[in-house]
Design a binder for this molecule. Structure first.
Ligand code: SF4
Ligand code: SF4
Ligand code: FES
Length: 360
């Protein structure tokens, strides 16, 4: 028995749990995989998709592991013919309510729904449901598109908007087959409280919420290479994945690493996620420039530029003393870069005149 006396038995494993934990959380600690579609560790459970149903001894109905609370002595089975049958049934049900073909469905973002269908199988190809959901075709915001024919009404996007971004810009609206995602008065996102964080895109398990610029670029995320980097818009240090088209040597879009893996916990702001077109801007400096004697700029090598910088700084120190120099670094740099600036100031130029813009 577990040391705190509170345990559940999941697939024959005796697992301890904390008060308030769900079956899913207790199972995760023992690496027992229960598939989910509408669950996210940052959000309250909605129990909307029914993908995570498991058998609980003494309960006539299967229960959703994502929201069913563990209680002492509970006995749960996650791998039985009944549970497997339900997973395939649920996957077929959702696929009938969206675009079933994975190639088409993943024209931009990956689809968790289709990945699960491949992993767990389906109950067969069902006749597609006649689509009733309203979209917002006149939403002219520059970054986010909602495609109603791919939505399975899991409410991850609206819960993210409420509970993480805390702006409630989007909401589930209408009833039954008409249930859709909308804004107040169906306004464009830019006329709503939306902060264009893109979190709704990130959590969407079907690609119904998608990035307009990447969609226009026309290469699915699965054909892009993810390169981990640090966002350089502020000092928080959010980790980002640059999605690179190697054939064209272009960053197509920025995504966040999964929740729980980096300090930003899967979140990004509008700049981190969408303001990346500067990378390939034609006005961007890509080589160092130095001034000629006549004051005009000319291109040079990094070695030459750095030699001139060092000579200039040393010259000032020799003529006016070490403390005539001062170094100011930026909160847009990483902690490591800021560390190096102060190290350079103190160790190489022998001055403590060093500052960083975020300190003021
Ligand atoms: S972009 Fe962010 S703020 Fe806007 S609707 Fe999506 S989650 Fe809400
Ligand atoms: S748009 Fe995506 S995240 Fe939002 S309810 Fe539909 S399927 Fe779920
Ligand atoms: S993940 Fe549990 S009901 Fe959707």
């Amino acid at each position: 028995m577990a040391s705190n006396g509170k345990y559940v038995v999941i697939d024959g494993n005796e697992l301890s749990f904390e008060d308030g934990e769900t079956v899913l959380q207790a199972a995760a600690r023992a690496d027992i995989e229960i598939p989910t579609l509408c669950w996210d560790p940052r959000l309250s459970s909605a129990g909307a998709c029914r993908m995570c149903l498991v058998e609980v001894e003494g309960s006539r109905l299967m229960q959703p592991a994502c929201s069913f609370k563990a209680t002492p002595g509970m006995v749960v089975r996650t791998q039985t013919p009944k549970v497997d049958r339900n997973r395939r049934f649920i996957l077929s049900l959702h696929l009938a309510d969206t675009i079933a073909d994975r190639e088409v469905a993943e024209d931009n973002n990956p689809s968790k729904l289709h990945a699960l269908a491949e992993d767990y199988g389906t109950a067969g190809e069902w006749t597609p449901v006649v689509q009733q959901r309203q979209g917002r075709p006149s939403d002219t915001n520059p970054f986010i598109e909602f495609r109603p024919d791919r939505c399975i009404a899991c409410s991850l996007c609206t819960r993210y908007c409420d509970q993480v971004e805390a702006v409630s810009a989007i909401t589930l609206t209408a009833r039954g087959a008409h249930t859709t995602i909308s804004t107040a008065d169906s306004k464009t996102l830019t006329d709503s409280t939306c902060e264009l964080c893109g979190g709704c895109v990130d959590v969407c398990p079907t690609g119904a919420m998608t990035e307009k610029p990447a969609l226009a670029y026309g290469k699915p995320e699965r054909e892009l290479e993810k390169v981990r980097s640090t966002c350089n818009f502020c000092g928080v240090g959010c980790q980002v994945d640059l999605n690179v088209d190697r054939d064209a040597n272009r960053v197509v879009k920025v995504t966040s690493p999964p929740p729980g893996t980096t300090l930003n916990d899967g979140n990004l702001c509008v700049k981190g996620r969408f303001a990346n077109d500067f990378i390939h801007h034609t006005d961007r400096l890509t080589v160092p420039l130095v001034r000629d004697d006549d004051g005009s700029f000319r291109e040079t090598t990094w070695d030459d530029a750095l030699d001139r910088t060092v000579a200039g700084l040393k010259g000032v120190a020799e003529r006016h003393g070490d403390d005539s120099l001062a170094f100011v670094s930026s909160s847009r740099c990483t902690g490591e870069e800021n560390y190096l600036v102060q190290k350079m100031a103190r160790a190489a130029f022998r001055t403590h005149n060093v500052h960083q813009c975020a300190a003021t």
